[in-house]
Design a protein around this ligand. Structure first.
Ligand code: ATP
Length: 309
């Protein structure tokens, strides 16, 4: 048997409604049967995946697997950095998506499940992808910096993720998100926001949301930024205007299909830096987590992460 790369897996046993804890030993065996050497550590609480990844990279590991949902992937990506610098220039990431939403791998067109992931490792295709860096404020009023791989959004998305992450996802990612979205849409009031892209004011007024996208999908399969590319050196900034709850609900099927860009009041523009401000409290969502609020600044880090798939 050919011995392949030596990997370090960061496993969130709590992801996918806790089913990752039960299934990981079978997946591990499947990967070992394919000849992969894999060390792994289970996370024990939120934030652990960042610390574990930093430790592994500092100890000389270069091949990291994130096992869990998009939240785990986000924490692992943040663990590639220390003091705003990559810990290792050789570091590589493979995402074994085992969460409820699994939005990020949709942009890579990787099939879900262990066989899809084995396929990624066997093909050995890697590319340098862009990362988003975001500066925002936590509940204590301190500025916080985070990286993200998929999508950062401000407005309705932040409120929805805060709600969905509070409720059970037993109904599955898509349905849970849909129910959470509907409840949030009905209770959300559009915010007066300003958005600057690359130093130019592109909109100011009452808006539903602003999405700053590196990947294409959010919310368990909504193709919010259908033209976004992970490696084009640009964010796709999708703005949803002052829509009523009813208009948003009516257009949800179009958002799943990615045909919403034609709706009057929806715009998309590209850029490398985005600043969103408001006098109101605006909530941030990054990679399906809701870590803080505005004012919010996004900066693109072009081609900085070596990603499998
Ligand atoms: N051992 C743990 N116990 C409880 N929570 C954890 C643990 N390890 C990590 N977490 C937290 O679990 C949260 C959810 O993880 P994750 O997003 O990976 O899974 P998911 O919600 O099932 O998937 P998705 O985001 O794709 O819908 C993250 O915020 C993470 O910080």
């Amino acid at each position: 048997m050919h011995i392949r790369d030596h990997w370090f897996a960061v496993v969130n046993p709590h992801s996918a409604n806790g089913s990752t804890r039960k299934r990981w030993p079978h997946y591990l065996k499947r990967l070992q049967d394919e000849g992969y050497l894999i060390d792994f550590v289970y996370t024990s609480k939120p934030g652990d995946a960042t610390r574990i990844t930093q430790q592994a990279l500092n100890n000389g590991c270069t091949h990291i697997i994130s096992v869990g949902g998009d939240g785990t992937m986000n924490e692992v990506v943040n663990g590639f950095f220390s003091n705003d610098q990559l810990i290792s220039l050789e570091a590589e990431l493979a995402v074994f998506s085992h969460g409820t939403g699994c939005d990020f791998i949709r942009s890579l067109q990787i099939p879900r499940g262990i066989e899809g992931f084995v396929g990624v490792l066997k093909q050995g295709r890697k590319r340098m992808v862009d990362l988003g860096e975001v500066l925002f404020y936590n509940d204590q009023g301190q500025q916080v910096q985070r990286y993200f791989l998929n999508v950062g959004d401000v407005g309705l998305g932040g409120e929805t993720v805060a709600r969905v992450n509070r409720q059970s996802k037993l109904l599955g990612g898509k349905l849970s998100f849909l129910i959470g979205s509907v409840l949030s849409i009905l209770s959300y009031r559009n915010k007066v926001m300003s958005c600057e892209i690359d130093g130019k004011l592109i909109c100011h007024g009452r808006l539903n949301s602003i999405m700053v996208a590196n990947g294409r999908y959010i919310g368990g399969g909504m193709m919010i930024a259908p033209q976004a590319e992970l490696d084009d050196g640009l964010f796709d900034v999708v703005v949803l205007g002052d829509f009523s709850a009813w208009t948003i609900l009516r257009h949800i099927p179009k958002i799943y299909r990615g045909t919403h860009l034609r709706i009057p009041g929806v715009s998309v523009q590209r850029g490398r830096s985005v600043v969103i401000t408001s006098d109101e409290r605006i909530l941030l969502d990054i990679d399906g987590e809701q870590p803080g609020q505005g004012p919010i600044e996004f900066r693109l880090k072009p081609g900085i992460l070596r990603l499998w798939g």
